[in-house]
Structure formats: C-alpha cells, structure tokens
Design a protein around this ligand. Structure first.
Ligand code: SF4
Length: 356
C-alpha cells in the first residue's frame, strides 16, 4: 500500500547497518506499525530479509556505497522519501534513526521529517529533534524498540515494563524459500535430528576455528546443515570433508538469506558465532549455542530464542577487546577462541537439546 493512501502517523525507519541490525530492528517496526504506516530504508544486502514483512508499508533500498553514492544519490532518495505535507490536526511525520550516523539524520531532515528520533550520543544527534538514551544494559532489539517511546512519560512507562513486552524479531520466509529448503533437504529418510552450524562472520576473529571437529563429534547423532553465504563455501566444504558426516546439507551456495532463515527455522538447534545467523535464529525462534570470542553477550547482541546458551572464555582479562571483533588478535594468541574447545560446545549442544 503506498504511503499516500495509508492513514495514521507517517513514519520512517532508517537502518543501513549490518544484516543482524536489520533483523533486530523488526520489533521497532512492529511497534510503530500499530500507529500508522512505516516506510523503511535499508541496504541492498539487507532488503531481502524484510520481504513480506506485514508491518512495512514500503521498503526503500539505499545503496550508499554504489548506485546511490554521493550527493546526487542522497538527494534522489530524500526526494523519494519525502514526508507528507503537515495537515492541521494531524500528527507530524516521524523518522526513527536506528543507526547513529550523521548521514541517516541528514537524510530524514532532507526528506522533510520535522520529528527525528535517534539515540543520545550518536554522531548524528545534533540532527535529531528527540533523543532516547542508548541503554547499554539492554539487548539491542530492545534498545531499538525504545526509539518508539521518545517522550519522557512514555519512556518512564517503558522503563517499568517487563522486557517480555518487547515484540520478538520476526522474518517472513515465503513459498519460494520453503521450496528452496525442501529441495535442499531432499526426500531421503534420515532419522537423525537436523541441527545447523554457522561457521562464518564478517569479522575474522569472531570465527570459532573448530566447526569441522565439532561436526565430526556430532555427525553420528545428528544430520548437519551448514548455514552461510557464498563466502563460506570453502569452509562448508572443509567441514563436510573433515567430519566425514553423511548427508551434510550445505546451504551456503544455494540459499538466499530468507531461505537460510527458513532452514534455520526447521533445525532443532544451531551453533553459531556472534554474527548474523544468530539473529536469524532469534527471529525464527531457533535455540542457539552462540560462541563469543573478542566480543561479549553484554554488548546486547546475544541470542533471543528460548533455551539458547552463550559461551565464551570469561576468565580472559583481554575480553572484550573490540566492539565488533578486530581483524587480528591484537595480542597475537587469539586465546578467546582457541581455548574454547569442542567438548565445551558439544556439552552446550546437549544442554540446549535437553531443555527443548
Ligand atoms: S585480545 Fe583477547 S579478546 Fe581480543 S582477539 Fe585476542 S584473545 Fe580475543
């Protein structure tokens, strides 16, 4: 439904960060959709994740490093996003800046949104008309959701809420994704439970190095699916070869992001790094064993699905050493990952499964 035809408060959400951030923005979108139509701006990489989201009025793709780069692309998008003319008695159009950049604030300003809500302390905060505390002590899904309550009174009520009031992140795989996963799984009978391993991460130091050994340890009891993108193909092949596991399902080459979410939704459990697949699992309600190396769950990006477990070497004084994960261990030993062994992860797998 085009924005002009919709009724209620007109709202814009700008989220052009990573895939996981986009998933964690869906509770905010759900909340805002109760008030009126929500338009959303995301990157080309993230856009497919939001397909069929019933809370989104219109999705805009901002290819800020490509086709929409530079001032011309910025102006073109601002024109497309143009806020409706204010009408007497009507609530003002509101933009929610889910990432903290100057560019997203400037985009909302250029698009004519007089009310612009973002986090305190953001690089772009001087462009906001309302600022919401960035609660370090809350999960990022909740932090983002809190943007929907920028007024002091509403914020106070939110503080009193049970966190279970926060809508869960959601993704909406459709028929095409279900068919892709059906085709990948094939029709053969396999009595083993299906579990998933997601060995990738954009950040090298966040990739736990023992997925192949773990697959070998679990292969007799479980059928294993490997989740990831094209960049994870060789890792997936190594895992399958080293483990000698029968019937490994390799989703890295053929599945779209949303089809990967569909596959994650069908497995009993997933072992993952602190990376995008974990957030897909949160959105699909699939429990995870999440492995944290240079980052920690306290940053607010842990798993949300019930029965999930987070693992990390808590005794290491150097953890956490980076908000995302450095390209190389600054101390050279990478103990945060190397010392987290297969046995500990396999034990956590059993613990999660026994709780499901
Ligand atoms: S400094 Fe510590 S936490 Fe950071 S990568 Fe190295 S071992 Fe991991």
């Amino acid at each position: 439904m085009p924005l002009a035809a919709a009724t209620g408060t007109h709202q814009l959400v700008v989220q052009t960060s990573f895939l996981g951030d986009t998933v964690l923005t869906t509770p905010l979108i759900t909340e805002l959709a109760k008030r009126g139509p929500v338009n959303v701006v995301v990157t080309p990489a993230s856009a497919p994740l939001l397909a069929r989201n019933p809370d989104i009025n219109e999705l805009f793709v901002y290819d800020k490093r490509g086709a929409d780069g530079g001032l011309r692309g910025f102006r073109r998008l601002a024109q497309q996003l143009r806020a409706p003319e204010p009408r007497e008695g009507a609530a003002p159009a509101v933009a929610y800046l889910a990432q903290r950049s100057v560019r997203s604030g400037a985009l909302a300003l250029a698009a004519g949104y007089t009310e612009r809500v973002g986090f305190e302390g953001s690089a772009g905060q001087t462009l906001y008309s309302k600022r919401v505390p960035y609660r370090e002590d809350r999960h990022h899904a909740e932090r983002l959701w809190r943007l929907a309550f920028p007024d002091r009174d509403a914020g106070a009520k939110v503080d009193a809420l049970d966190t279970r009031e926060v809508p869960a992140p959601r993704l909406y795989p459709g028929d095409a994704e279900r068919a892709a996963v059906d085709a990948l799984l094939g029709g053969e009978r396999d009595d083993r439970e299906l579990i998933a391993l997601a060995p990738g991460s954009v950040w090298a130091t966040k990739r736990w190095p023992y997925y192949a050994e773990l697959a070998k340890a679990l292969a007799t009891r479980f059928r294993i699916a490997i989740i990831g993108g094209l960049g994870d193909r060789s890792e997936a092949a190594s895992i399958a070869n080293f483990s000698g596991a029968q019937g490994v399902v390799d989703g890295t080459a053929s599945l779209s992001l949303l089809a990967s979410a569909e596959l994650i939704g069908r497995v009993k459990l997933m072992v993952t790094n602190d990376s995008a697949p974990q957030h897909l699992a949160s959105a699909m309600g699939t429990p995870t064993v999440t492995i944290f190396g240079p980052t920690v769950e306290d940053f607010g990006f842990g798993p949300l699905a019930p029965h999930s477990i987070s693992l990390g070497i808590d005794a290491l004084a150097c953890r956490p050493c980076h908000h995302h994960g450095p390209p190389h261990c600054p101390l050279g030993h990478w103990r945060c990952m190397r010392e987290l062994g297969v046995d500990a992860v396999a034990l956590a797998v059993d613990e999660v499964l026994s709780a499901c």
